[in-house]
Ligand binder design. Structure first.
Ligand code: 5AD
Ligand code: SF4
Length: 419
């Protein structure tokens, strides 16, 4: 029996799909990248934007055709699904399964095998990469930002035990993994017994080996000084942070229910830059949150000019039914929405290029994660994308590179020491 997995969404969904794969392989299913030869198709969906949900409707149509040539084909929908969408998709899929219930897959597929696991994060995953691993440390969210669907699909925060996390990471390091991503909807509010997020960072940093530690997502209200200090001390914790601001205007932040001000945020950035000079910084932005005025948008543009991000994930606001923001009026025209998005992208391009130019001639370490045509691509410690050429296969290796050329979102380099 062969299965095919389709993953949409964030790193957390990728990580969830790795657990689904592990369960299926225990049931003797074999993975195939060819959807046409699959007996089982699993879709891990995302609900953060409506466009992602619409994609699933497209898949349902495709499945109808596939089922004509393979009537035994079964389809499963899991991941982040809204209650109302569950009701809709039961018609398009054979099974709709809560991600927390994937241990029930044997029963669902009528296979007489029991998987005794009461916590789904405890399932040992089938990692999709041989050098970079996603390790969930918590899931769920208690924050209810006004635009966000996550608290409704993932429910409340649950942290994994530190012991279980450390055990998983130690095993990965034994297998020579080079990069560990600690994942959660809000990693900064990790709490298990007496271990908080900075303490967990310290514990992971103390695991012997040559590897990098990264984490996502952070929330500015919970991202604290203790975490900054731990990042500065921990030599394996990479000098990079994604700190989503969402808007550069205090009033908008308030209606988003974000619980911080632009000033609080900027002070954290200041402290970070003081303690970790040269740290790579990125953010998430929502354009245009309902009711955002030109002046309020101007404050976001100003913040972009002031902070000088290395990268920003600029998301067009997508109304999600059931969230408080969906009830707010949004009377900004599509043309104006596009303009605001463009303004931010242009500022970002300028500031990122300015900063990247200063890196020309500098040496950096890169974890190579992709090989396309003649080129290798990877990310350095600061999470900058770097392109190099190499005659040897350097995929999955930490490589020393000298930067030779700068563009806004990519640096070109040369491999040093023939390595
Ligand atoms: N519309 C647009 N972007 C959203 N995000 C979350 N919800 C929405 C929405 N309804 C963005 C936020 C968050 C990122 C993961 O997705 O910027 O940080
Ligand atoms: Fe959504 Fe806010 Fe929770 Fe992030 S912190 S998952 S944006 S509700």
């Amino acid at each position: 029996m062969k299965y095919h997995v389709i993953v949409y969404g964030c790193q957390m969904n990728i990580s969830d799909a790795e657990r689904v794969s592990a369960v299926l392989e225990r049931l003797k299913y074999k993975k195939t990248s060819n959807i046409n030869e699959a007996d089982l198709i699993v879709v891990t969906m995302c609900s953060v934007r409506q466009s992602a949900v619409d994609r699933i409707h497209g898949l349902v149509e495709k499945f109808k055709t596939l089922k004509k040539s393979n009537p035994k084909l079964k389809t499963i929908l899991t991941g982040c699904i809204l209650k109302k969408d569950k009701k809709i998709f039961v018609n398009g899929f054979d099974y709709v399964v809560d991600i927390k219930d994937i241990k029930k897959l044997p029963k669902i597929l009528e296979i007489k095998k029991i998987i005794n696991q009461n916590n789904y994060l405890g399932i040992a995953p089938k990692y999709s990469s041989k050098f970079s691993a996603n390790v969930p440390i918590m899931t769920g969210c208690n924050n209810f930002c006004a635009y966000c669907v996550v608290p409704y699909v993932r429910e409340r925060e649950v942290s994994r035990s530190a012991k279980e996390i450390i055990f998983e990471i130690k095993n990965l390091i034994k297998r020579d993994y080079k990069e560990i991503w600690l994942l959660g909807q809000n990693v900064n509010s990790y709490k298990n017994k007496n271990t908080d997020f900075p303490e967990l960072l310290k514990m992971v940093n103390n695991i012997p080996g040559n590897f990098w530690i990264r984490f996502t997502s952070s929330h500015p209200k919970d991202f604290n000084k203790k975490t900054i200090d731990e990042m500065a001390i921990g030599e394996k914790i990479t000098p990079y942070l994604n700190l989503p601001i969402q808007s550069g205007d205090d009033k908008v932040l308030k209606s988003m229910n974000r619980h911080y001000t632009v000033e609080n945020y900027k002070n954290k950035i200041k402290d970070l830059r003081k303690k970790i000079p040269g740290i790579g910084l990125s953010t998430d932005i929502i354009v245009v949150f309902p009711g955002e005025t030109k002046k309020q948008f101007g404050n976001t543009a100003k913040l972009f000019r002031d902070v000088k991000y290395d990268m920003a994930y600029i998301n067009k606001y997508s109304p999600r039914s059931g969230t408080p923001a969906a009830k707010l009026k949004n009377d900004v025209s599509d043309v104006e929405k596009k303009r605001r998005e463009k303004v931010l992208t242009e500022i970002l391009k300028q500031t990122a290029l300015e900063k990247n130019k200063k890196l020309i001639g500098k040496k950096t370490i890169v974890l190579i994660n992709e090989n396309r045509d003649d080129n290798y691509f990877g990310k350095n410690e600061h999470y900058k994308t770097i392109k190099v050429k190499s005659d040897k296969n350097i995929l999955g290796q930490l490589i020393k590179v000298k930067i030779t050329e700068a563009r806004p979102f990519i640096l070109v380099g040369e491999v040093i020491n023939g390595k």
